[in-house]
Structure formats: C-alpha cells, structure tokens
Design a binder for this molecule. Sequence first.
Ligand SMILES: O=c1[nH]cnc2c1ncn2[C@@H]1O[C@H](CO)[C@@H](O)[C@H]1O
Length: 397
Amino acid sequence: MHITVRLAAIRFGSPVLISSLCSSRLQGSRRLFTMAEHSSEKVVFNKPKVELHVHLDGAIRVQTILDVAKRRGMSLPANTVERMTEIIIVQKPATLTEFLGKFAEYMHVIAGDREAIKRIAYEFVEDKAKEGVIYVEVRYSPHFLANTKVDPIPWNQTEGDLSPDDVVHLVNTGLSEGERAFNIKARSILCCMRHMPSWSMDVVELCKKYRNEGVVAIDLAGDESLNCENYPGHRKAYEEAVNCGIHRTVHAGEVGPASVVKEAVEVLKAERIGHGYRTLEDQTLYKQLLAQKMHFEVCPISSKLTGACDPDFTKHPVITFRKDKANYSLNTDDPLIFNSTLHLDYSTAQKYMGFTEEEFKRLNISSAESCFLPADEKEELLNRLREAYGMMENTAF
Ligand SMILES: O=c1[nH]cnc2c1ncn2[C@@H]1O[C@H](CO)[C@@H](O)[C@H]1O
C-alpha cells in the first residue's frame, strides 16, 4: 500500500471496520420506519462516503432525548422512543416552516446541558461511522444550544451559565472523542440563523476562535424568505469570514427562489450552496455555477419532506445535476426529523433517479474535493476514497 494511502486509511478508518459497521442497522429511533420508502431501504453503496450537509440538532437519537429529559426532570409529550419518534418526525411532505417547528419538540431538553451536548456530538460520530461515512462536516447553531450570552434565550429556557462559546467547546470535545472511538474524521460548521442577524458576528468570531479545534466553516440556515440585504448582520459576518479565510456555505434555493442563490454567491461569497435546487429556475445562473464548479449540498429525502421539491423523486433536480456532471453531494440534512439514514438517501437516488455505483463514486470524490479540510488532509481523504473505489494509479514498478 502506498504510504499516503496507508496513513489515510489509519486516519479515516480501516476498510474492515467500515464494511462491518455498514452492514449493521442503526439503533434506537431509526428502527421505526414509517415512510413507505423505508421498507425498501437497503445498503446500495457499501463503500466509504463523505457527508457535507447534516445538522447536529437534527440528528439526535430519540433515546438520548428521553434519557436527558428524565435526568433533568423535564417533561416531554411522550416517554417511549416509538411515541416520541412519531411526534418528532415529518411523515409526509410539509413546508419548511412546519418542519422547522419540529425542533421545538425537543431542543429545550438538550439546550443548556453540558453532558447532553457533548453526548449528542459523540453519538453523532458513532451513527455516521455505522453508515460508512469516513469524513463528515456537521453543522449547528451554537446559540440554539446556549442559555446565557444569547438574546433572546431560546426554547423558553431560564438563564443559566452555558454560552455559545461553551457550546462550541463541548461539541468539539464530543466530536473528537467520537473520532478517536470510531475512527472517522468529523469537523463542524457553525450556523448563523436567517431570523437572528444579531448573532452572526458572534458566529464568525467563534469560527475564528475554534478554527484549529475542528470548526471549518460558517453557514446561514433557517427561513430563506428573509432576504439578507435587509439583514446586514449576516453580510458583515460573511465579509469577516472572507477576510479571515473562514470557509463559507449558505442554505439557498431550497425553498427560496434562485435570487437567494445568486445573493449567496455574489454577496455572501458562498463556496458551497446548501440545497440549491431552485438554481435551475435561472438558467444563466445555473450555467455560471456549473462552469465555476460550485458545489451543491443535495439532500433528497429532506427535499421531499420539507416541500422543497416535487414529491415525485423521478423529477428531482439532482437528476439534472447528474446529467450535467455538476459538483454535488448526497446528504441526510436532519435524519432525526425525517426518520431517515444516509442509506435511504442513496437507495432513493438509485431506485427513483437512476444513480449507479459509478455515479456514487464520482459524487463522493467531488464531495471530498469540495470539503473544507486543509489541502493536505483533503488529499489524504481523496486517496482513501480512490483506494476504496479501486481508482488508484499503479505506482509499483
Ligand atoms: O433544511 C433546512 N433548511 C433551513 N434550515 C434548517 C434546515 N435544517 C435545519 N435547519 C435549521 O438549522 C438550525 C441549526 O442546525 C436548526 O436548528 C434548524 O433551525
């Protein structure tokens, strides 16, 4: 084995570990498959994968929510995994606003609790390792998990002593303990929220402070109908990110029009677009983004259940992306709320959109090329994938 490849294999997890973990089913809440698609879920791409768009607070185990509520003496609308899962998940196509409301069912339990925040980060890494992910970038809003130095204090919490800064430190700790335990690589992206421009400067400052401890980029999430031209807080934060070399992604063109994507690229200097489906409505913009190899973070199951795309997967925008050899990834987004797994996104792409093993390899290579790791670590990741996919050049003479 080539030395770089061997090093990469160690850092990103051994193939044996990955394949054995891949074949095991997820535990806890993920067993309750209620969507029709779940019955057909199978592992269609049992190879190392890269995931670039997944929300930590949308990827918590239901059992963990129940455990933490019990420990903290908090009440929940249900006390079994099955019942609580039914309450949290979106079962049929809804709206983005309806979907975003689901976080309020459980965020008050996790927010403000040191042990819980570290635990969800650690368990997240375990769940991703089980799906065969060898590199993941996970995102969240530090403010949504804090209970002091955040205005307003979210989820009706009373003021405590956990600041957004403490939250980032705890998530970093949970992720790095998870990395060591499950032998994959996990980095994080900090989210600004569209409706809270006053938090955005804090977010970029946290990105700067923790750039050497696992934080790789800034994001803008939430309700896209709020235009950032009217919210200079986001623009200023992204300007600072550009000036300091902080990587940038923006949720745009998910349910909002192509103009939001244009603004993300031209004003916020986004290097990747979260979702971006509605870019196709502006063919000039789409061609420009294709030419500059802009990366689209596509989330198939999510796009159906948030009402972002036609529920008929055979009409999904990612089919056009694939035909045009666009640069995109396949991601879960919020697997807790969609009661889904990365395997379901892949099997859906195969079953309804004509994706092949070759395309899965190509899109994972594009994902690695578009990830926010520094160049040397990116090359290691790429080598690891090329080796697993049988794409290594023969260097033995
Ligand atoms: O698909 C999405 N579109 C827009 N915002 C989202 C999506 N999924 C989650 N969040 C928002 O991002 C926050 C930080 O992780 C979540 O709390 C949720 O409000």
